[in-house]
Write a protein of this length. Structure first.
Length: 105
């Protein structure tokens, strides 16, 4: 069986979050799931991961995952895109930049 590249990317991000010392969970919403919910020493953060924000459908899926999250904790979308697609208070970061950061998100 061939594993789609997105699963490798998600696994890299998961391993990096664990290595940074976060408690990592999968988030459930009434409309689906959020890839990762992390506990940053008492502060919650949400992370969506995708390979590329290549279409309106993908943008809607990744950013739309946060529609039913009604708190003010930081929300991120990580992708391979170099263009900053941050919107509506949701922070977009390039995955490579995220993996190379020495500071926490």
């Amino acid at each position: 069986d061939i594993i789609p590249p997105i699963f490798s990317i998600i696994n890299f991000v998961y391993n990096e979050l664990i290595a940074r010392g976060y408690d990592v969970y999968i988030g459930k919403t009434d409309k689906g799931e959020i890839d990762f919910v992390i506990d940053d020493f008492g502060e919650r953060k949400y992370i969506q991961v995708t390979d590329y924000l290549s279409s309106d459908e993908v943008m809607q899926r990744e950013f739309g995952a946060y529609k039913s999250v009604d708190d003010n904790y930081p929300k991120y979308v990580l992708s391979m895109d170099k263009i900053n697609y941050s919107q509506n208070g949701i922070i977009h970061k390039n995955i490579i930049d995220f993996l190379l950061e020495e500071v926490n998100i």
